[in-house]
Design a protein around this ligand. Sequence first.
Ligand code: PSU
Ligand code: MN
Length: 304
Amino acid sequence: MATQPQVSNEVRAALDEGRAVVALESTILAHGLPPGRNREVADRVEQVIRDAGAVPATIAVLDGRPVVGLDAKQLDRVCDPASALVKLSRRDLGPAIGLGRDGATTVAGTASIAARAGIGVFATGGLGGVHRGAAETWDVSADLGVLSETPVLVVCSGVKSVLDIGATLELLETSSVPVLGWRTDRFPAFYLRESDFEVPWRVDDAKQAAAAVRAHREYAPGQAGVLLANPVPVEHEMPRELHDRLLAEGLELLVTRNVRGKDVTPVLLEHFHTASGGVSLDTNEQLVLSNARVAADVAVELAR
Ligand code: PSU
Ligand code: MN
């Protein structure tokens, strides 16, 4: 028998009663935000979801068990750098669970566990995507492949400008993943509200978003998820000059330090956070909170 996910009582009750549940990832806590701040964000993001009438379910793997709906102690553990949690993409779930290890789940890892637990809506900061230079390095986040095979709505602020956004959007199209812009015609670029790319579809409220998701599940019944792209609130967008400078530095840093594989995203994020004196941290937190709010509103609408 495979290990069953450990689902918290609160999440279990909500799922049984058909109430709205929003999944949350743990990589952003363990590897995307600095210690201390990560724990605060963990609480705030859950509160935003509760305030909107949904139940949050933060997901990680602890002691070889996928946990859906971390409690306060478990969140402490995920956010404590001393736990040294590894980053679990979907391919890492089997080894981590089978060998009884701990880990923080990425979008790919979280979406897989969420779908298995019956959760259809997931909020995060940024989706992984095609890295610049992927034609040479082959560095394409598993988030894209998983989204093409996992029936979950992912609400995020697009993908970071450190990625090749055009290539990422092409791959989403190839994978039959619908991309919806939340009150925008432009695909957002995480720290920035707009990239150079348009979104194929725009929705202006939770009703429209839920209608698109419902119809997608019915008429495109492969197993593809849906991406809902919500730009960071305008007052929290990063100044463009600062952003462009940090991006150039960050990309340079990857080359000089020879960073590869799953370390690329955390190293870039860390550079942004330290070199911006915390400006990017505020942006990061605010966009996650905003995505959580939108995800909860859509989850409530889907549960009607
Ligand atoms: N984007 C962010 N912050 C993050 C991540 C992405 O703005 O913390 C994390 C997510 O967990 C995402 C993962 O699934 O990075 C993608 O990593 P990779 O590029 O190694 O697949
Ligand atoms: Mn990668």
